[in-house]
Design a protein around this ligand. Structure first.
Ligand code: AMP
Ligand code: MN
Ligand code: MN
Ligand code: MN
Length: 279
């Protein structure tokens, strides 16, 4: 059984390990097919690829694009992309453009909620100044003792219904799928079990995604419960989606699944890597 992990984050977005250290951890955990999928950023991929190659590990260049669909945030993973494609590089810069303003607004709200200097605080946790995410705010608030855990930081402040939430207009679903596809990659719906859509909205999401050229769906991920695996295995079969799997690893102290500890995909599914030339 191939050890596959096709969803992970480095310091280039909101992970805690640098691309090289992440490659090292993947290798230590016996990953055989690994993808780095930073949020809206591909500038870590060359480093990750180099490190993976030196370790004799097969590497898939990836990205996780933030999308706004029906006024909610959806994440679309792109796998096996050409990360030197100028159009993709420019498009992702366009998706990232509002993050600094948003971070300043989040900090203003936190200030009024009794958490001062959160912009500087969050920025200190971000390696990439263009990519301050809610995760960085969460880490700052946990380490400063405002919250006991990331979970609490999102529940009380940063989550989509929290008082410090600042809505964003990310890419459209069609844009994200098309950028990935024109860069030679496969578009995959990330952690569908996390979205709060109605049944009809989910059906529309899957139909539109497929129409635009989307190929896959994450079935086994650190964001899913075991019962979600069954639900999205059925969705994959019903819509003819290929199946992907990944830990969504950010840091060992955060999240349920460690890098390289991804349970196998249900057997009846077509894995997203079925037509990649693996050695
Ligand atoms: P952003 O792209 O700035 O909106 O931040 C989204 C990131 O926040 C996600 O990629 C997760 O890493 C993190 N996140 C979202 N919801 C939660 C949660 N409930 N608990 C912990 N981390 C979360
Ligand atoms: Mn994240
Ligand atoms: Mn995500
Ligand atoms: Mn992710």
């Amino acid at each position: 059984m191939l050890n596959v992990d096709l969803h992970s984050h480095s310091t280039i977005s909101d992970g805690v390990l640098a691309p090289e250290a992440l490659a090292q951890r993947a290798h230590e955990h016996r990953v055989q097919l690994w993808a780095l999928t930073d949020h809206d950023e591909i500038s870590g991929l060359a480093r990750a690829q180099q490190a993976a190659t030196e370790l004799g590990m097969q590497f898939i260049p990836g990205v996780e694009i933030s999308v706004t669909w029906l006024d909610k945030t959806v994440h679309i993973v792109g796998l096996n992309i050409d990360y030197e494609q100028a159009e993709l590089i420019d498009s992702l810069a366009y998706v990232r453009r509002g993050r600094t303003d948003r971070a300043l607004k989040i900090a203003e709200r936190l200030d009024s909620l009794g958490v001062p200097e959160a912009y500087e605080g969050a920025a200190a946790y971000a390696t990439n100044p263009q990519l301050i995410s809610r995760t960085h705010f969460g880490r700052f608030m946990v380490e400063q003792g405002y919250c006991a855990s990331m979970k609490e930081a999102f529940e009380r402040f940063l989550g989509d219904h929290g008082p410090a939430f600042v809505p964003m207009q990310w890419a459209t679903l069609q844009e994200a799928v098309e950028w990935i596809t024109s860069a030679g990659g496969k578009a995959v719906i990330a952690h569908p079990g996390r979205y709060r859509f109605t049944r009809q909205q989910f059906e529309l999401l899957f139909e539109r995604f497929k129409e635009y050229g989307g190929i896959g769906i994450e079935v086994v991920t650190g964001s899913h419960s075991v019962s979600d695996y069954q639900v999205y295995a059925q969705v994959a079969q019903r819509y003819g989606f290929e199946a992907s799997c990944g830990s969504d690893f950010h840091w060992a102290q955060e999240g349920r699944m460690d890098l390289g500890k991804v349970p196998p995909l249900p057997r009846q599914l077509t894995p997203i890597w079925h037509d990649w030339p693996l050695s």
